[in-house]
Ligand binder design. Structure first.
Ligand code: MN
Length: 304
């Protein structure tokens, strides 16, 4: 495992993705290090929308592209295509990959946290094509498995399946639909594209229509600001408790409402991240007007 393929595919004088340091002594070689292994899921609106699922192992992020994203329903197996190892620094990347570059489009840090192997030997499990592990993220929790499927003729890489195990965190709730925002900046894809100079129309295509409508509803409300600026309304509405917006493992009436809150407001951005998210590239009013106009024309073209 090395970053050669990752680096070969990218031009670091053009993209702001990290080049990645040399892979040093592998973490994960001691029991203490295993408990701090990072995982990240990056929602990536490139040629097609997908979720990049990454597990820290031996100094890199093992990576799979999951077209439909993780499902919390154990009955729903999600295809996961192995892609090149990524540098650990990539876990902090949220923003725009310039058009024409490898993976050009909008990247969101959709979930992150730590993972713990549920097998004694991760390398052996990977080689055998069945890795069981648990996740402690903000959206994803509990026990999961990645299973390699049989090789198909003509396919360069065989597909894996990402499957939730039955446990207290399993649910039929659609986490991609209900919690579509960045866990770092609380932004939708369209808001990342707006703030970072990306293609908003293309990015918005990866956001759930309900979340886009919620932005429009907020900007319509006179209670926000005279200019219709989006951020103050979101800031006021955002619950401050750390637990808000997370799925509740036991049966609890709070689940639906917290999921709904996460969908419309999110609950995880720090003040610093919010400041970073609102950015300083255009005036708030100009940004809001552009968002609104683009989203409206989009809505008009695609009646529900
Ligand atoms: Mn990707």
């Amino acid at each position: 495992m090395a970053l050669d393929e990752y680096r070969r595919k990218r031009r670091f004088d053009v993209t702001s993705e990290p080049e990645g340091k040399a892979v040093g002594r592998p973490p994960g070689s001691t029991r203490a290090a295993v408990s701090r292994l990072a995982f990240v899921v990056q929602k990536h609106r490139a040629t097609a929308l997908h979720y990049d699922f990454r597990l820290q192992w031996r100094g890199v992020m093992l990576s799979w592209a999951v077209p439909k994203g993780p499902s919390l329903d154990p009955a729903t197996k999600r295809m996961a295509m192995p892609v090149e190892d990524h540098p650990i620094e990539y876990n902090g990347f949220e923003g725009i990959i310039p058009a024409g570059q490898y993976g050009g489009g909008t990247v969101m840090i959709w979930d992150r946290g730590t993972w713990t192997p549920e097998v004694p030997d991760v390398d052996a499990a990977l080689a055998a094509g069945e890795l069981k592990f648990s996740l402690a993220g903000e959206k994803l929790h509990g026990s999961w498995v990645l299973v390699r499927t049989g090789a198909r003729p003509g396919q360069k890489r065989t597909a894996w399946l990402l499957i939730k195990h039955r446990d207290a965190w399993a649910t039929k709730d659609d986490v991609a639909e209900k919690a579509p925002r960045s866990v770092v900046s609380n932004r939708l894809l369209v808001e990342i594209a707006r703030d970072e100079g990306g293609d908003m129309k293309r990015a918005a295509d990866g956001d759930p229509p309900a979340a886009l409508r919620a932005i429009l509803d907020q900007s319509d409300r006179p209670a926000t600001t005279a200019s219709g600026e989006l951020t103050p309304a979101r800031r006021r509405a955002r619950p401050r408790t750390k637990a808000a917006g997370r799925p509740v493992p036991a049966k609890a009436p709070a689940r639906a409402s917290s999921a709904a809150r996460a969908a419309t407001t999110g609950a995880r951005a720090t003040p610093a991240a919010r400041t970073a998210a609102t950015g300083a590239r255009a005036t708030p009013a100009a940004r809001a007007a552009t968002t609104e106009a683009r989203a409206r024309s989009r809505k008009a073209r695609r009646p529900d």
